[in-house]
Design a protein around this ligand. Structure first.
Ligand SMILES: *Cc1c(COP(=O)(O)O)cnc(C)c1O
Length: 396
């Protein structure tokens, strides 16, 4: 057995492999340079072009692009009418933004537990959490795996709730052969550099509903409009009115030019991600101590991240030691995520440990392995070798 790097042995690789990374080519660079030489830096023709590209890709009617995915979630909650005192059901195993957007609107996030196999919101755990004050559900397509949407839809319809899908991981993913983004009333995507495509920072909300679309356009830019159909009156060509309290959440033409250029490669990026996932699944099949991602029939994931779960009862150590040993081998592992309500801010609000037992126990045993389209075969082989080396050493 070779000595672990953490115990002074030679690491599997000499250089650090990050868990995620953008893929930028010369066409992307040229698209940005072209905008810099043109007339518009912020809102110009590239914003609408990018919105049209994304809406067409997912097959939906409207898209509103904003400065980041968190702003997009805030905008979606505003459009859905979330306000003081409203309750919103939220998945716990996610990035804090999935729940923060409810707080921004004065609402209360109500966490419902996840399914232990899919790590997504368990439809059977939702109804217990619904009260007269519940207005919406925010399911998260964790890792890119789509949520069990027909079941969530049935619950939402029965209780007249809006579904705001946090698809930050899931641009290009499918539910029953339909693209995520064309299913929920509102779907958010993020364009942070580790996400399926990037604009540096950026986010978008997709909807088929004209009224929700209008509300989002207002929200993105201070609640201000120049549309005479919406204004109380007009005092002349200079005149505009603020109709609601919005924000400056605008995205720039520079970012959207990059986004449209990236969109041309999304399917290629996803194909490469799927290839790597297949290689990982094959390589880890024989390792009894590791649970590879479960893929439900209804979901065709674009694989934003690859999360393995350790069978801790078959290991001499906890997740922490395995994690540190992999980092010492120069593999940029990560953990997604501490259940949102266990953050100190949420604990101060009164949320307590034990609220979602599945999310908490999954959190204790998961590790995210590197996965991004630019990974070479050698990178994939290194990750596999490191996992095998570390597990072999720590298994009972
Ligand atoms: C990345 C992410 C967001 C927010 O995206 P930003 O663009 O970073 O603001 C929201 N939800 C989830 C699950 C994410 O992973």
């Amino acid at each position: 057995m070779s000595t672990l790097a953490i115990n002074g042995g030679k690491p599997v690789r000499d250089t650090y492999l990050a868990y995620g990374r953008q893929s930028i080519d010369d066409n992307d660079i040229q698209a940005v340079v072209d905008v810099l030489k043109g007339d518009f830096l912020t809102t110009g023709p590239k914003v609408a072009e990018f919105e049209n590209n994304i809406a067409a890709y997912v097959g939906a009617k409207h898209a509103v692009a904003v400065s980041n995915g968190t702003a997009a979630l805030h905008m979606a909650c505003f459009a859905a009418g979330i306000k003081n005192g409203d309750e919103v059901i939220v998945a716990p195993l996610t990035f804090a933004a999935s729940a923060n957007c409810v707080l921004y609107c004065g609402g209360t996030p109500v966490f419902a537990d996840i399914d232990e196999r899919t790590y997504n919101l368990d439809p059977n755990k939702i109804e217990d959490k619904i009260t007269d004050g519940t207005r919406a559900i925010i399911p998260v397509d964790f890792t890119g795996q789509s949520v069990d949407m027909d079941k969530i839809r049935a619950i939402a319809d029965k209780h007249k709730l809006t579904i705001i899908e946090d698809g930050a991981h899931a641009l290009g993913s499918e539910y029953k052969e339909k693209k995520v983004g064309n299913i929920a009333e509102l779907t958010e995507f993020s364009f942070h550099p580790v996400k399926p495509i990037t604009t540096g920072e950026g986010g978008i909300v997709i909807t088929n509903d004209d009224r929700l679309y209008e509300r989002m356009l207002l929200f993105r830019t201070h609640g201000i409009t120049r549309d005479e159909k919406l204004m109380t009156h007009s005092e002349g060509p200079w005149y505009y009115e603020q109709l609601d309290l919005g924000y400056n959440y605008r995205i720039t033409d520079i970012q959207c030019a990059l986004g449209s250029s990236q969109m041309q490669k999304l399917d290629k990026f996803i194909a490469r991600r799927r290839q790597i996932v297949k290689a990982y699944n094959e390589a880890f099949k024989g390792i009894d101590e590791v649970i590879t991602p479960f893929e439900p029939d209804y979901s065709n994931s674009g694989w934003h991240i690859y999360v393995i779960r350790l069978k801790l009862d078959k290991l001499k150590v906890s997740r922490k030691e395995v994690f540190e040993a992999l980092r010492a081998e120069n593999i940029g592992v990560n953990v997604h995520y501490l259940p949102v309500y266990l953050h100190p801010y949420y604990k101060k609000l009164g949320y307590q440990e034990g609220l979602c037992p599945n999310a908490e126990s999954v959190y204790q045993s998961i590790i995210t392995l590197p996965l991004f389209p630019g990974m070479e075969k050698q990178d994939v082989d290194d990750v596999v070798a490191a996992v095998k080396k570390v597990i072999e050493y720590y298994k009972i």
